[in-house]
Design a protein around this ligand. Structure first.
Ligand SMILES: Cc1cc2nc3c(=O)[nH]c(=O)nc-3n(C[C@H](O)[C@H](O)[C@H](O)COP(=O)(O)OP(=O)(O)OC[C@H]3O[C@@H](n4cnc5c(N)ncnc54)[C@H](O)[C@@H]3O)c2cc1C
Length: 308
């Protein structure tokens, strides 16, 4: 059976950049994804902060990155990885499709995250067209409009401060009280166009064709129901790490994110993490690409050391 130098799991910006750096380091490379290449970028309407591209549609940037990997000869396959076995100097990757097993000297895990969702009525309908999980990316679409932010933690509060600067009104609906840093909460509360509704449960997103509001209910004894009209909703109720397929390796923290050092190495020799799946502060395309490049460079050095 062929033993690859590196198998990269996840063809988002981290995985695709890792593939480019790995093949240019003369490694044999296999890039796997269960979905179309691009990761979260595929579902992003407009990306405005990736260096050099200006405003670009996420699917278009995904295709450009993928074409770059293909021009360099990276092997890609649609596979869902369901398990990883560390055999020391080689590793086995088990896939759902026909129980395929691949052998490799190194692995770069670039499986990203998925935004935690509420799972209430209307959420699926308006996902990506009315409901967003990224204010930096989609906030500009709601300039001079009315917006609801769901959540009360640091991300929700920080993104609300940013959004309140461009929207007509901003309403925060949160299950508890605001739990973000007190300074940030004070700053938010001081803004004239912000209303906070603490201790609320979201019941549904309303709208006939287009999103027009959010219905919610108090978690306190009075049980009062309210409806807020809005043009857009941003959900910040957390990110979920996509790490179920390698939980057994013991390289993740209690939230499922991979702990890496500054070379993107995990605690297992030959296994690296890159992009949003790692424990980090800024989850963006540019930081995912940077991680991918570093991880591939580290993997190449490790493969070289195996050959020496
Ligand atoms: C709505 C939205 C808008 C955004 N807009 C911007 C923006 O404008 N600018 C910006 O810089 N950032 C933006 N971001 C953040 C950015 O998309 C992420 O930081 C980036 O995509 C992370 O890249 P990644 O490669 O680490 O992971 P991902 O993009 O999440 O890719 C991970 C890939 O791994 C695959 N995968 C997972 N598990 C498995 C498995 N078991 N087997 C096989 N494949 C698997 C997934 O299918 C996916 O393709 C946005 C995010 C969202 C949600």
């Amino acid at each position: 059976m062929k033993i690859y130098d590196v198998i990269i799991i996840g063809a988002g910006p981290a995985g695709m950049t890792a593939a480019i750096y790995a093949i240019r380091a003369n490694m044999s490379v296999l890039l796997l994804d269960r979905l179309s290449p691009g990761g979260q970028m595929v579902n992003t309407n407009e990306i405005e902060n990736y260096t050099g591209t200006g405003k670009i549609n996420g699917a278009e940037l995904s295709m450009q990155m993928f074409e770059h990997t293909q021009e360099l000869g990276v092997e890609f396959d649609y596979k869902t990885v369901r398990g990883i076995r560390d055999n020391g100097s080689t590793k086995s990757i088990l896939c759902e499709e026909e129980d395929t097993v691949y052998e490799t000297r190194t692995i770069i895990l670039a499986t990203g995250t998925v935004p935690r969702k509420l799972g209430v009525t209307g959420e699926e309908n308006f996902s990506g067209s009315g409901i967003s999980w990224c204010a930096i990316c989609d906030g500009a679409q709601y300039r001079d409009k009315d917006v609801v932010v769901i959540g009360g933690g640091n991300s929700a509060v920080e993104e609300s401060i940013y959004l309140a600067g461009i929207t007509t009104s901003l309403t925060i609906i949160t299950m508890f009280n605001l739990t973000a840093d007190p300074k940030a909460c004070d700053q938010l509360r001081s803004l004239p166009n912000v209303t906070v509704h603490p201790y609320q449960d979201i019941l549904e997103f309303t709208g006939d064709g287009a999103l027009d509001g959010v219905r919610f209910k108090s978690t306190k004894e009075d049980d009062t129901e309210q409806h807020v009209r809005c043009d857009g909703v941003f959900e910040y109720i957390g990110l979920e790490a996509t790490s179920e397929s390698f939980e057994n390796l013991g390289i993740t923290n209690k939230f499922g994110f991979i702990e890496v050092d500054d070379e993107m190495s995990t605690s297992i020799k030959g296994i690296y993490g890159a992009g949003d799946i790692t424990h980090k502060k800024l989850r963006q395309i540019v930081t995912a690409c940077s991680d991918g490049a570093i991880a591939a460079n580290s993997a190449a050095k490790y493969v070289e050391s195996l050959r020496a």
